[in-house]
Write a protein that binds this ligand. Structure first.
Ligand SMILES: Cc1cc2nc3c(=O)[nH]c(=O)nc-3n(C[C@H](O)[C@H](O)[C@H](O)COP(=O)(O)OP(=O)(O)OC[C@H]3O[C@@H](n4cnc5c(N)ncnc54)[C@H](O)[C@@H]3O)c2cc1C
Length: 413
């Protein structure tokens, strides 16, 4: 590990990897320190647990045209294909004909209410923006937009933040999204199992203390999640401004996890990569799963928000039982006969992520900008939470790392 590079990058997820490439291509010397024993961060494909690729974190390649990894993956022999958005909606255990047409009208009214609030520049919660809409279908929509998409209840995130993200075209990678990132990141100067503990910016440049010694550099680029920053997982000396620290809390992490179940008959649920959604009347809750993922027999069951936090508190077995019982409701007892084993992704309690991805609390949309601001022209921040529009995505993390690295190059020249 070079202990005196131009730039030390903290974290080898999508943002750290793209930043390191950009810095190196611009002639800067770089060390990337990564606390985990692998690169990729929240975009990681595990091939061991089930013997087939399992994306523990990011799986959908969002924002087609703006997703660097789509072209990179295609050019490097990965098998990439579009998400056909094949939805099956169940009410209790009955499939509703028409795919996502079942919720289209309700969803359009929901989106329209959000847009009205956004047009008035109201930084209120999605709950407040849509509180005139009450029937059962809206509870389902609440759940889809809240816990599922954002990992938070609809009361906990900002309308202005939500509308800042564009619509997405999605793609899948048969070998796993994380495999492409690992491919792109291989060969970079990454020191694994190296946890950064403190960034000392009291003198010229920075001194980054790590579990393997201190690195002195002209600048540090921090790419760890706002979950880690809020929890004080990385110290700054002198401490950062109150405003900056507030940004770590304001752009807060949601809880969203994959409970993955393996079946010996992937076709139990029909076509591969279909998305099944089960709604029921008596609870403001629903269940969803991407089934027969890439034809592998795996089902990625999605849980989010408070329901997920409650389940996770009960342990992995409870999560797996819950997901299995939901799929049995949808497809019958054959599901139990075909079940091999399950796993839960565990991002909420993982000390290097502490959640899934970040979004602004109501009234705190402006804090995204504060989060992005550099400190003393030598501490820089990048990562999914720092991208102005493609937040919560790998595509956004990649672009954020690249853009901030270019800024660092300009300053160092
Ligand atoms: C379950 C789940 C599903 C998701 N689904 C999708 C999806 O389908 N599509 C999509 O585009 N996005 C998805 N996302 C979001 C996406 O994974 C993230 O937005 C993106 O991977 C974040 O990249 P990053 O570089 O900003 O952060 P990270 O990937 O978190 O990288 C930060 C790195 O810093 C390391 N680190 C932490 N603390 C320290 C320390 N003290 N010292 C050194 N290193 C440290 C971490 O180990 C990590 O490797 C999902 C996320 C989750 C959790």
């Amino acid at each position: 590990m070079n202990s005196q590079p131009d730039v030390v990058v903290i974290g080898a997820g999508a943002a750290g990897i793209s930043a390191a490439h950009t810095l190196i291509e611009s002639g800067c010397s770089v060390v990337v320190v990564e606390a985990a024993s692998r690169i990729g961060g929240r975009c990681w494909t595990d091939t061991e647990t089930f013997g087939v690729p399992y994306d523990v974190g990011a799986h959908w390649m969002h924002y087609g045209a703006n997703n660097f990894y789509l072209q990179y993956g295609k050019q490097n022999g990965f098998s990439i294909y579009p998400d056909s958005r094949n939805f099956h909606f169940f009410r209790h255990d009955r499939e509703q004909p028409g795919g996502d047409a079942v919720i289209r009208e309700t969803r359009d009214q929901f989106e329209a209410a959000i847009q009205i609030a956004a047009d008035k520049n109201l930084d209120i919660s999605i709950e407040e923006a849509t509180d005139e809409l009450a029937p059962f279908e809206f509870a389902t929509i609440d759940f889809i937009y809240g816990p599922w998409i954002m990992g938070k209840e609809v009361a906990d995130f900002s309308v202005l933040d939500y509308v800042s993200a564009p619509d997405s075209e999605d793609w899948f990678c048969r070998e796993g999204f994380g495999s492409i990132i690992s491919h792109y990141g291989s060969g970079l100067p990454v020191s694994l199992n190296t946890k950064a503990t403190e960034v000392d910016w009291s003198g010229n440049g920075v001194k980054v203390k790590t579990s393997k010694g201190t690195i002195e550099a002209k600048a540090a680029l921090v790419t760890v999640s706002t979950g880690v920053l809020k929890a004080g997982g990385l110290k700054f000396s002198p401490t950062l401004s109150k405003k900056k620290q507030k940004a770590f809390r304001a752009i807060s992490m949601g809880c969203y996890e994959h409970i993955v179940l393996q079946f010996d008959d992937g076709n139990l649920f029909g076509e591969s990569d279909s998305y099944v959604i089960r709604m029921w009347d008596e609870k403001r809750e629903c269940f969803g799963a991407l089934v027969n993922v890439c034809g592998s027999g795996l089902a990625f069951c999605d849980i989010g928000g408070q329901t997920a936090r409650d389940l996770i508190a009960e342990g992995d077995e409870a999560c797996i039982d819950y997901a299995l019982s939901q799929l049995i409701q949808i497809a019958g007892s054959n599901v139990a006969d075909s079940f091999i084993k399950g796993a839960a992704s565990g991002w909420l309690n993982h000390p290097f992520s502490l959640g899934a991805y970040a979004s602004a609390k109501p009234g705190k949309f402006h804090m995204r900008e504060t989060l992005r601001e550099s400190v003393g022209e030598r501490i820089f921040f990048a990562g999914e939470a720092c991208h102005p529009t493609l937040w919560a995505s790998v595509a956004g993390a990649h672009l954020s790392g690249q853009e901030v690295a270019r800024e660092i190059v300009r300053l160092l020249q």
